[in-house]
Write a protein that binds this ligand. Structure first.
Ligand SMILES: NC(=O)c1ccc[n+]([C@@H]2O[C@H](COP(=O)([O-])OP(=O)(O)OC[C@H]3O[C@@H](n4cnc5c(N)ncnc54)[C@H](OP(=O)(O)O)[C@@H]3O)[C@@H](O)[C@H]2O)c1
Length: 293
């Protein structure tokens, strides 16, 4: 048994995956643009993640662009079975690295083919439709048109399952009326809890919720309460942040991102951290502190 087995499994598309996975965004260069400073370590991080039991990797062809998927292919192909690779479409990068919406039928179809080619796959396990309706997070608006394109690509056999990213609860409801949605990937962590209700609704329906920025993203979480709780448990703040998510709801699947072998090991070890009720109560106060601060 690998240590990450301790945190259990959850259904993701056709497979049950371990609840601690890996997010590959940090494997591209600075700003998720261009090649990494250390490609050999990027390859080593992916191989060690899988050797440690990670069977769920999150990526996109717009990381780099193309580069992160090419590194995943170099590190892991032919892919072990079971490994679920989740990708996302709906954005593109320009020559200076800006993130631009890309929702036309032609752009979505191109993105699916780019992911297939760069990952070296014939079918993508799960494709998240990543909305870009707002500048700073989810914004309302119908997702029917782009979702219909993905459903068509699914009927053609290029995609097994469809998920959503950066969406509102209303958009999740709209999408689930149109096709089966197997996961929702939104910004969520112990300091950013806008989706509390959505997490619980999806848990009731057995749909995976995959928080992005589980450690705070480009500026990792900083909180005196978090540091104090971590010190009292003999763990690191990042391990406590991940353990809090694991204990928050059974449908939460983790995809912490790192370009470092040391951080990968630290993050995977969070599976073994049990948070006492008193620690969880203190951690639950962080979101309010964050909102006030
Ligand atoms: N759907 C979306 O719109 C969306 C948006 C953002 C991200 N994502 C996905 O979500 C995944 C996770 O998000 P993320 O990587 O942006 O953010 P994250 O997991 O919250 O944090 C990553 C940051 O934390 C650092 N870090 C990781 N482990 C650490 C540790 N143990 N101690 C200290 N620092 C640590 C990383 O730096 P080092 O490299 O130095 O470890 C990196 O700067 C991504 O990889 C991507 O797959 C999706």
């Amino acid at each position: 048994m690998t240590s990450i087995d301790i945190s259990g499994t959850f259904q993701l598309g056709s497979r049950r995956v371990r609840r601690i996975g890996y997010g590959a965004m940090q494997l591209a260069g600075p700003g998720v643009f261009g090649p990494p400073r250390d490609r050999a370590t990027a390859v080593a991080v992916l191989r060690e993640a899988v050797a440690s039991g990670v069977d769920h990797i999150d990526t996109s062809d717009f990381y780099g662009p193309h580069i992160t998927n090419q590194i995943i292919r170099e590190a892991l192909a032919p892919y072990p079975d079971p490994l679920t690779i989740v990708t996302k479409v709906g954005a593109r990068r320009n020559e200076t690295g800006d993130w631009l919406p890309a929702f036309s039928r032609a752009e979505l179809t191109q993105a699916v083919h780019d992911n297939l080619r760069n990952l070296g796959l014939e079918v993508l396990d799960i494709v998240n439709l990543r909305l870009m309706f707002g500048r700073h997070g989810p914004a309302e608006g119908s997702l029917e048109a782009p979702l219909v394109v993905l459903a068509d690509l699914q009927k053609q056999g290029l995609i097994r399952h469809i998920g959503l990213s950066n969406v509102t609860a209303a958009q999740v409801r709209e999408a689930r009326r149109l096709c089966e949605i197997v996961c929702v990937q939104n910004h969520y962590n112990l300091a950013h809890r806008h989706d509390d209700g959505l997490v619980d609704d999806l848990a009731r329906d057995g749909v995976a919720y995959v928080p992005f920025f589980p450690l705070g993203g480009f500026s990792p979480l900083q909180s005196t309460t978090l540091s104090d709780v971590a010190a009292s448990l003999g763990a690191t703040p990042m391990q406590v942040a991940l353990a809090w998510l694991l204990q928050r709801a059974p449908n939460i699947l983790l995809i912490p991102g790192t370009s470092s072998l040391a951080h990968l090991r630290e993050n995977l070890a969070a599976a073994e951290l049990e948070l006492p009720d008193e620690a969880r109560a203190r951690l639950d106060g962080i979101a309010a502190e964050h909102a006030a601060g």
